[in-house]
Design a protein around this ligand. Sequence first.
Ligand code: OA9
Length: 379
Amino acid sequence: MTRESQRESDTDTDTGSREQPEPRPIDWTDPDTFAQALEQVETKEKGNYFEDFAEGDLLEHDPGLTLTRWGNESWLSQTLNHDPAYWRTDAAAERGFDEPPIHPDYLTAATLGITVEDLSEKGGYFLGRTDVRFPGTPVYAGTELHVESEVVSTATSGSRPEFGIVTWRTRGTDAQTGDVLCSYERTNMIPRREPVATDGGAATAESDEEDDEPTLPETFVTPDGGYFEDFVEALETVDDENAAVAYRHERGRTQDDVTVASLPLATLNTAKQHHNIDVMADSPSGDIVTYGDVTRSTALGHARSDEQTWREVGFDDEQFHTFVAAGDTVYAFTRVLAAEDDASTDAAGTVRFEHIAFNQDDEPVYSGTRTAEIQKRTA
Ligand SMILES: C/C(=C\C(=O)O)C(=O)SCCNC(=O)CCNC(=O)[C@H](O)C(C)(C)COP(=O)(O)OP(=O)(O)OC[C@H]1O[C@@H](n2cnc3c(N)ncnc32)[C@H](O)[C@@H]1OP(=O)(O)O
Protein backbone atom coordinates (compact mmCIF):
# COMPACT_ATOMS: atom_id res chain seq x y z
CA MET A 1 0.00 0.00 0.00
CA THR A 2 1.36 3.47 -0.97
CA ARG A 3 1.42 6.39 1.45
CA GLU A 4 -1.33 8.24 -0.50
CA SER A 5 -3.72 5.35 -0.52
CA GLN A 6 -2.97 4.73 3.16
CA ARG A 7 -4.02 8.35 3.93
CA GLU A 8 -7.15 7.93 1.80
CA SER A 9 -8.18 4.77 3.56
CA ASP A 10 -7.48 6.26 7.02
CA THR A 11 -10.08 8.93 6.35
CA ASP A 12 -12.46 6.75 4.41
CA THR A 13 -15.78 7.30 6.11
CA ASP A 14 -17.65 4.99 3.69
CA THR A 15 -15.93 1.97 5.17
CA GLY A 16 -16.45 3.24 8.70
CA SER A 17 -12.75 3.09 9.51
CA ARG A 18 -11.30 5.79 11.79
CA GLU A 19 -7.84 7.11 12.26
CA GLN A 20 -6.40 5.27 15.23
CA PRO A 21 -4.08 7.14 17.56
CA GLU A 22 -0.55 5.77 17.39
CA PRO A 23 -0.20 3.31 20.33
CA ARG A 24 1.93 4.58 23.21
CA PRO A 25 5.49 3.34 22.72
CA ILE A 26 6.63 0.78 25.28
CA ASP A 27 10.24 0.02 26.04
CA TRP A 28 10.16 -3.78 25.71
CA THR A 29 13.90 -3.95 26.27
CA ASP A 30 13.50 -2.80 29.89
CA PRO A 31 13.66 -6.17 31.70
CA ASP A 32 11.15 -5.25 34.45
CA THR A 33 8.65 -3.87 31.97
CA PHE A 34 8.87 -6.95 29.76
CA ALA A 35 8.74 -9.42 32.65
CA GLN A 36 5.60 -7.70 33.96
CA ALA A 37 4.03 -7.75 30.51
CA LEU A 38 4.67 -11.48 30.21
CA GLU A 39 2.92 -12.00 33.53
CA GLN A 40 -0.09 -9.90 32.57
CA VAL A 41 -0.78 -11.17 29.04
CA GLU A 42 -2.56 -14.35 28.16
CA THR A 43 -0.67 -17.17 26.47
CA LYS A 44 -2.28 -18.51 23.31
CA GLU A 45 -2.14 -22.13 24.34
CA LYS A 46 -1.48 -25.10 22.11
CA GLY A 47 -2.92 -28.57 22.32
CA ASN A 48 -5.92 -30.15 24.02
CA TYR A 49 -6.58 -31.16 27.61
CA PHE A 50 -8.03 -34.52 28.63
CA GLU A 51 -11.47 -32.90 29.03
CA ASP A 52 -11.44 -31.95 25.34
CA PHE A 53 -11.66 -35.60 24.24
CA ALA A 54 -14.91 -37.59 24.21
CA GLU A 55 -15.39 -41.14 23.04
CA GLY A 56 -16.37 -41.21 19.36
CA ASP A 57 -14.89 -37.78 18.48
CA LEU A 58 -13.24 -37.74 15.08
CA LEU A 59 -10.28 -35.42 14.60
CA GLU A 60 -8.93 -34.62 11.15
CA HIS A 61 -5.37 -33.47 11.58
CA ASP A 62 -4.54 -30.36 9.56
CA PRO A 63 -0.83 -30.86 9.05
CA GLY A 64 -0.01 -32.97 6.05
CA LEU A 65 3.30 -34.36 5.01
CA THR A 66 4.65 -35.44 1.67
CA LEU A 67 6.56 -38.63 2.30
CA THR A 68 9.88 -37.90 0.67
CA ARG A 69 12.92 -39.93 -0.06
CA TRP A 70 14.89 -37.41 2.05
CA GLY A 71 12.62 -37.95 5.05
CA ASN A 72 12.75 -41.70 4.61
CA GLU A 73 16.51 -41.86 4.20
CA SER A 74 17.20 -39.48 7.10
CA TRP A 75 15.00 -41.59 9.36
CA LEU A 76 16.46 -44.91 8.21
CA SER A 77 20.10 -43.81 8.30
CA GLN A 78 19.90 -42.22 11.74
CA THR A 79 18.17 -45.29 13.19
CA LEU A 80 20.58 -47.74 11.48
CA ASN A 81 17.99 -49.35 9.23
CA HIS A 82 19.97 -50.57 6.23
CA ASP A 83 17.64 -53.04 4.50
CA PRO A 84 18.90 -52.71 0.89
CA ALA A 85 15.38 -52.84 -0.59
CA TYR A 86 14.81 -49.35 0.90
CA TRP A 87 18.10 -48.04 -0.50
CA ARG A 88 18.80 -49.68 -3.89
CA THR A 89 16.57 -50.12 -6.92
CA ASP A 90 17.88 -53.61 -7.79
CA ALA A 91 17.23 -54.84 -4.24
CA ALA A 92 13.81 -53.14 -4.31
CA ALA A 93 12.95 -54.89 -7.59
CA GLU A 94 13.88 -58.29 -6.10
CA ARG A 95 11.33 -57.63 -3.34
CA GLY A 96 8.68 -56.74 -5.95
CA PHE A 97 8.84 -52.97 -5.36
CA ASP A 98 8.83 -50.47 -8.26
CA GLU A 99 11.55 -48.46 -6.50
CA PRO A 100 12.86 -48.17 -2.91
CA PRO A 101 9.65 -47.52 -0.98
CA ILE A 102 8.86 -45.54 2.17
CA HIS A 103 9.76 -47.72 5.15
CA PRO A 104 6.91 -48.73 7.51
CA ASP A 105 8.85 -47.28 10.50
CA TYR A 106 9.05 -43.85 8.91
CA LEU A 107 5.44 -44.11 7.74
CA THR A 108 4.36 -44.93 11.31
CA ALA A 109 6.44 -42.11 12.80
CA ALA A 110 5.13 -39.60 10.25
CA THR A 111 1.52 -40.68 10.82
CA LEU A 112 1.92 -40.23 14.58
CA GLY A 113 4.01 -37.05 14.28
CA ILE A 114 1.20 -35.24 12.46
CA THR A 115 -1.29 -36.10 15.22
CA VAL A 116 0.69 -34.66 18.11
CA GLU A 117 -0.52 -31.07 17.68
CA ASP A 118 -4.13 -32.14 18.27
CA LEU A 119 -3.71 -35.14 20.53
CA SER A 120 -0.72 -34.79 22.81
CA GLU A 121 1.04 -31.45 22.45
CA LYS A 122 -0.32 -30.47 25.86
CA GLY A 123 2.13 -32.97 27.34
CA GLY A 124 1.81 -36.21 29.21
CA TYR A 125 3.22 -39.59 28.31
CA PHE A 126 3.07 -41.88 25.31
CA LEU A 127 2.04 -45.07 27.12
CA GLY A 128 1.62 -47.52 24.33
CA ARG A 129 0.43 -48.52 20.89
CA THR A 130 -0.99 -51.69 19.36
CA ASP A 131 -2.47 -53.08 16.16
CA VAL A 132 -0.01 -51.18 13.96
CA ARG A 133 -0.74 -52.32 10.41
CA PHE A 134 0.15 -51.23 6.88
CA PRO A 135 -2.76 -52.16 4.63
CA GLY A 136 -1.66 -49.87 1.79
CA THR A 137 2.01 -50.70 1.48
CA PRO A 138 4.24 -50.40 -0.48
CA VAL A 139 4.10 -46.61 -0.30
CA TYR A 140 6.36 -44.59 -2.56
CA ALA A 141 8.09 -41.23 -2.17
CA GLY A 142 5.82 -38.37 -3.23
CA THR A 143 2.74 -39.76 -1.45
CA GLU A 144 0.88 -37.08 0.50
CA LEU A 145 -0.23 -38.22 3.91
CA HIS A 146 -3.57 -37.28 5.45
CA VAL A 147 -4.19 -38.38 9.03
CA GLU A 148 -7.30 -38.68 11.19
CA SER A 149 -7.93 -40.06 14.67
CA GLU A 150 -10.99 -41.26 16.52
CA VAL A 151 -11.26 -41.21 20.30
CA VAL A 152 -11.73 -44.85 21.33
CA SER A 153 -11.87 -44.35 25.10
CA THR A 154 -11.11 -41.97 27.93
CA ALA A 155 -10.31 -43.05 31.49
CA THR A 156 -9.26 -41.66 34.82
CA SER A 157 -5.71 -42.34 35.92
CA GLY A 158 -5.85 -43.79 39.43
CA SER A 159 -2.22 -43.04 40.12
CA ARG A 160 -1.97 -39.53 38.61
CA PRO A 161 -4.93 -37.26 39.34
CA GLU A 162 -3.53 -34.51 37.16
CA PHE A 163 -3.78 -36.75 34.08
CA GLY A 164 -6.37 -38.79 32.24
CA ILE A 165 -5.76 -41.68 29.88
CA VAL A 166 -6.94 -41.41 26.27
CA THR A 167 -6.87 -44.04 23.53
CA TRP A 168 -7.26 -43.10 19.87
CA ARG A 169 -7.45 -45.10 16.64
CA THR A 170 -5.40 -43.28 14.02
CA ARG A 171 -5.38 -43.79 10.26
CA GLY A 172 -2.79 -42.37 7.88
CA THR A 173 -4.22 -42.29 4.38
CA ASP A 174 -3.03 -41.38 0.90
CA ALA A 175 -4.48 -37.87 0.57
CA GLN A 176 -5.18 -38.43 -3.14
CA THR A 177 -6.76 -41.89 -3.14
CA GLY A 178 -8.01 -42.20 0.45
CA ASP A 179 -6.30 -45.61 0.78
CA VAL A 180 -5.34 -46.40 4.37
CA LEU A 181 -1.54 -46.75 4.49
CA CYS A 182 -0.98 -47.13 8.23
CA SER A 183 -3.31 -47.56 11.19
CA TYR A 184 -2.88 -48.19 14.89
CA GLU A 185 -4.38 -47.67 18.34
CA ARG A 186 -2.39 -45.44 20.71
CA THR A 187 -2.75 -44.57 24.39
CA ASN A 188 -1.39 -41.47 26.14
CA MET A 189 -1.62 -39.82 29.52
CA ILE A 190 -3.01 -36.35 28.87
CA PRO A 191 -2.98 -33.45 31.36
CA ARG A 192 -6.35 -32.52 32.84
CA ARG A 193 -7.52 -28.94 32.96
CA GLU A 194 -8.73 -29.73 36.49
CA PRO A 195 -7.13 -32.54 38.51
CA VAL A 196 -9.60 -35.06 40.00
CA ALA A 197 -9.61 -36.78 43.35
CA THR A 198 -8.46 -40.40 43.08
CA ASP A 199 -7.43 -43.01 45.56
CA GLY A 200 -4.10 -43.42 43.76
CA GLY A 201 -2.07 -40.65 45.32
CA ALA A 202 1.48 -41.36 46.24
CA ALA A 203 3.22 -43.57 43.88
CA THR A 204 2.99 -47.02 42.95
CA ALA A 205 6.42 -48.55 43.19
CA GLU A 206 6.99 -49.11 46.94
CA SER A 207 3.59 -50.64 47.50
CA ASP A 208 4.01 -53.43 44.94
CA GLU A 209 6.71 -55.30 46.79
CA GLU A 210 6.26 -58.37 44.67
CA ASP A 211 8.53 -61.37 44.48
CA ASP A 212 10.97 -60.00 41.92
CA GLU A 213 13.03 -63.17 41.46
CA PRO A 214 13.67 -63.53 37.73
CA THR A 215 11.79 -66.45 36.24
CA LEU A 216 14.00 -67.12 33.24
CA PRO A 217 14.33 -70.25 31.17
CA GLU A 218 17.56 -72.18 31.83
CA THR A 219 18.72 -72.11 28.23
CA PHE A 220 18.76 -69.41 25.60
CA VAL A 221 19.20 -70.45 22.00
CA THR A 222 20.57 -68.17 19.29
CA PRO A 223 19.56 -68.88 15.68
CA ASP A 224 22.50 -69.74 13.43
CA GLY A 225 21.56 -67.09 10.89
CA GLY A 226 18.88 -64.60 9.97
CA TYR A 227 16.80 -66.59 7.46
CA PHE A 228 13.34 -68.03 8.12
CA GLU A 229 14.78 -71.58 8.35
CA ASP A 230 17.22 -70.44 11.07
CA PHE A 231 14.34 -69.21 13.23
CA VAL A 232 12.34 -72.41 12.62
CA GLU A 233 15.33 -74.60 13.55
CA ALA A 234 16.08 -72.60 16.68
CA LEU A 235 12.44 -72.80 17.82
CA GLU A 236 12.43 -76.58 17.25
CA THR A 237 15.20 -76.92 19.82
CA VAL A 238 13.23 -75.11 22.54
CA ASP A 239 9.97 -76.98 22.79
CA ASP A 240 9.78 -76.86 26.57
CA GLU A 241 9.42 -73.90 28.91
CA ASN A 242 12.98 -74.13 30.17
CA ALA A 243 14.40 -72.79 26.96
CA ALA A 244 13.79 -69.81 24.71
CA VAL A 245 15.17 -68.35 21.50
CA ALA A 246 16.52 -64.99 22.61
CA TYR A 247 19.65 -62.95 21.99
CA ARG A 248 20.98 -59.42 22.11
CA HIS A 249 22.21 -57.32 19.23
CA GLU A 250 25.63 -55.74 19.41
CA ARG A 251 24.97 -52.29 17.97
CA GLY A 252 23.99 -49.31 20.09
CA ARG A 253 23.01 -45.77 19.08
CA THR A 254 23.73 -42.88 21.43
CA GLN A 255 21.02 -40.27 21.30
CA ASP A 256 22.03 -36.84 20.05
CA ASP A 257 20.44 -33.63 18.76
CA VAL A 258 19.54 -35.31 15.49
CA THR A 259 17.71 -38.27 16.98
CA VAL A 260 16.15 -36.37 19.88
CA ALA A 261 15.03 -33.19 18.10
CA SER A 262 15.57 -33.32 14.32
CA LEU A 263 13.86 -36.61 13.50
CA PRO A 264 10.59 -35.87 15.34
CA LEU A 265 10.50 -32.31 13.98
CA ALA A 266 10.88 -33.72 10.47
CA THR A 267 7.62 -35.64 11.05
CA LEU A 268 5.89 -32.38 12.19
CA ASN A 269 5.78 -33.77 15.74
CA THR A 270 5.28 -30.68 17.92
CA ALA A 271 5.72 -32.42 21.31
CA LYS A 272 7.78 -30.07 23.47
CA GLN A 273 9.34 -33.18 25.03
CA HIS A 274 11.63 -33.45 22.01
CA HIS A 275 12.74 -29.88 21.33
CA ASN A 276 12.07 -27.46 24.22
CA ILE A 277 14.84 -27.83 26.81
CA ASP A 278 13.58 -24.77 28.66
CA VAL A 279 10.20 -26.33 29.48
CA MET A 280 11.53 -29.85 29.95
CA ALA A 281 14.04 -28.71 32.59
CA ASP A 282 11.10 -28.68 35.04
CA SER A 283 9.73 -32.08 33.99
CA PRO A 284 10.42 -35.49 35.55
CA SER A 285 13.05 -36.25 32.88
CA GLY A 286 14.69 -32.82 33.41
CA ASP A 287 15.64 -32.84 29.73
CA ILE A 288 14.29 -33.29 26.23
CA VAL A 289 13.63 -36.94 25.46
CA THR A 290 13.76 -39.15 22.41
CA TYR A 291 10.56 -39.64 20.37
CA GLY A 292 9.27 -43.13 21.15
CA ASP A 293 9.23 -43.97 17.45
CA VAL A 294 12.94 -43.14 17.19
CA THR A 295 13.74 -45.38 20.16
CA ARG A 296 11.77 -48.32 18.78
CA SER A 297 12.97 -47.83 15.20
CA THR A 298 16.58 -47.81 16.40
CA ALA A 299 16.09 -51.05 18.34
CA LEU A 300 14.33 -52.57 15.34
CA GLY A 301 17.20 -51.45 13.10
CA HIS A 302 19.61 -53.35 15.34
CA ALA A 303 17.36 -56.42 15.22
CA ARG A 304 16.86 -56.27 11.45
CA SER A 305 20.64 -56.09 10.95
CA ASP A 306 20.71 -59.69 12.25
CA GLU A 307 17.92 -61.04 10.01
CA GLN A 308 16.85 -61.16 6.36
CA THR A 309 13.67 -59.10 6.52
CA TRP A 310 11.27 -59.50 3.60
CA ARG A 311 8.31 -57.37 4.73
CA GLU A 312 6.92 -55.84 7.92
CA VAL A 313 3.43 -57.11 8.78
CA GLY A 314 2.62 -55.36 12.06
CA PHE A 315 3.36 -54.45 15.67
CA ASP A 316 1.40 -55.04 18.87
CA ASP A 317 1.60 -54.36 22.59
CA GLU A 318 4.18 -51.60 22.23
CA GLN A 319 5.06 -49.87 25.48
CA PHE A 320 7.51 -47.16 26.48
CA HIS A 321 8.80 -47.92 29.95
CA THR A 322 11.08 -45.02 30.75
CA PHE A 323 12.61 -41.94 29.17
CA VAL A 324 15.49 -41.94 26.73
CA ALA A 325 17.43 -38.67 26.65
CA ALA A 326 20.41 -37.23 24.74
CA GLY A 327 23.51 -39.15 25.81
CA ASP A 328 21.60 -42.39 26.44
CA THR A 329 22.45 -45.33 24.22
CA VAL A 330 19.72 -47.51 22.69
CA TYR A 331 20.49 -51.23 22.41
CA ALA A 332 18.20 -54.11 21.43
CA PHE A 333 17.26 -57.59 22.61
CA THR A 334 15.09 -60.04 20.67
CA ARG A 335 13.07 -63.09 21.58
CA VAL A 336 11.65 -65.25 18.80
CA LEU A 337 8.10 -66.32 19.64
CA ALA A 338 6.86 -68.26 16.62
CA ALA A 339 7.55 -69.06 12.98
CA GLU A 340 4.92 -70.17 10.46
CA ASP A 341 5.26 -70.97 6.80
CA ASP A 342 2.25 -68.86 5.86
CA ALA A 343 3.71 -65.68 4.37
CA SER A 344 2.25 -63.75 1.43
CA THR A 345 5.05 -65.12 -0.78
CA ASP A 346 6.88 -68.42 -1.16
CA ALA A 347 10.11 -66.49 -0.77
CA ALA A 348 9.49 -65.90 2.94
CA GLY A 349 7.95 -67.24 6.13
CA THR A 350 6.22 -65.36 8.95
CA VAL A 351 8.08 -64.83 12.23
CA ARG A 352 6.74 -63.26 15.42
CA PHE A 353 9.32 -61.50 17.57
CA GLU A 354 9.34 -59.76 20.92
CA HIS A 355 11.77 -56.83 20.85
CA ILE A 356 13.12 -54.95 23.86
CA ALA A 357 15.00 -51.67 23.53
CA PHE A 358 17.26 -51.05 26.50
CA ASN A 359 19.69 -48.38 27.62
CA GLN A 360 23.33 -48.32 28.74
CA ASP A 361 22.19 -49.25 32.27
CA ASP A 362 20.39 -52.34 30.90
CA GLU A 363 16.97 -50.81 31.67
CA PRO A 364 14.20 -51.70 29.21
CA VAL A 365 12.89 -48.53 27.58
CA TYR A 366 10.56 -50.08 24.99
CA SER A 367 8.96 -53.46 24.42
CA GLY A 368 6.65 -54.76 21.75
CA THR A 369 5.84 -57.70 19.52
CA ARG A 370 6.47 -57.63 15.81
CA THR A 371 5.29 -59.83 12.99
CA ALA A 372 7.50 -59.82 9.92
CA GLU A 373 8.00 -61.92 6.84
CA ILE A 374 11.56 -63.23 6.80
CA GLN A 375 13.26 -64.39 3.65
CA LYS A 376 13.85 -68.12 3.12
CA ARG A 377 17.40 -69.31 2.51
CA THR A 378 16.08 -71.73 -0.06
CA ALA A 379 14.06 -69.16 -2.02
C1 OA9 B 1 5.23 -39.27 20.77
C2 OA9 B 1 5.54 -38.96 22.19
C3 OA9 B 1 4.74 -38.27 22.94
C4 OA9 B 1 3.43 -37.93 22.44
O1 OA9 B 1 2.60 -38.84 22.26
O2 OA9 B 1 3.20 -36.77 22.18
C5 OA9 B 1 6.78 -39.50 22.73
O3 OA9 B 1 7.47 -40.13 22.05
S1 OA9 B 1 7.22 -39.22 24.40
C6 OA9 B 1 8.63 -40.25 24.65
C7 OA9 B 1 8.30 -41.72 24.78
N1 OA9 B 1 7.61 -42.04 25.96
C8 OA9 B 1 8.16 -41.94 27.19
O4 OA9 B 1 9.27 -41.49 27.33
C9 OA9 B 1 7.37 -42.46 28.35
C10 OA9 B 1 8.27 -43.31 29.16
N2 OA9 B 1 7.50 -43.98 30.19
C11 OA9 B 1 7.47 -43.56 31.49
O5 OA9 B 1 8.16 -42.63 31.88
C12 OA9 B 1 6.60 -44.31 32.44
O6 OA9 B 1 6.26 -45.55 31.88
C13 OA9 B 1 5.29 -43.52 32.76
C14 OA9 B 1 5.64 -42.28 33.56
C15 OA9 B 1 4.60 -43.14 31.47
C16 OA9 B 1 4.34 -44.40 33.51
O7 OA9 B 1 4.99 -44.85 34.65
P1 OA9 B 1 4.18 -45.59 35.78
O8 OA9 B 1 3.27 -44.61 36.41
O9 OA9 B 1 5.11 -46.36 36.62
O10 OA9 B 1 3.37 -46.63 34.89
P2 OA9 B 1 2.07 -47.43 35.19
O11 OA9 B 1 1.67 -47.36 36.63
O12 OA9 B 1 2.30 -48.77 34.58
O13 OA9 B 1 1.01 -46.68 34.31
C17 OA9 B 1 0.39 -45.49 34.71
C18 OA9 B 1 -1.07 -45.58 34.34
O14 OA9 B 1 -1.19 -45.71 32.90
C19 OA9 B 1 -1.94 -46.89 32.58
N3 OA9 B 1 -1.36 -47.46 31.36
C20 OA9 B 1 -0.06 -47.74 31.16
N4 OA9 B 1 0.11 -48.23 29.92
C21 OA9 B 1 -1.11 -48.26 29.35
C22 OA9 B 1 -1.57 -48.67 28.09
N5 OA9 B 1 -0.75 -49.14 27.14
N6 OA9 B 1 -2.89 -48.55 27.82
C23 OA9 B 1 -3.73 -48.06 28.76
N7 OA9 B 1 -3.35 -47.65 29.97
C24 OA9 B 1 -2.05 -47.76 30.27
C25 OA9 B 1 -1.78 -47.79 33.79
O15 OA9 B 1 -2.86 -48.68 33.87
C26 OA9 B 1 -1.76 -46.80 34.93
O16 OA9 B 1 -3.08 -46.40 35.21
P3 OA9 B 1 -3.46 -45.80 36.63
O17 OA9 B 1 -2.87 -44.42 36.72
O18 OA9 B 1 -4.94 -45.76 36.63
O19 OA9 B 1 -2.88 -46.74 37.65
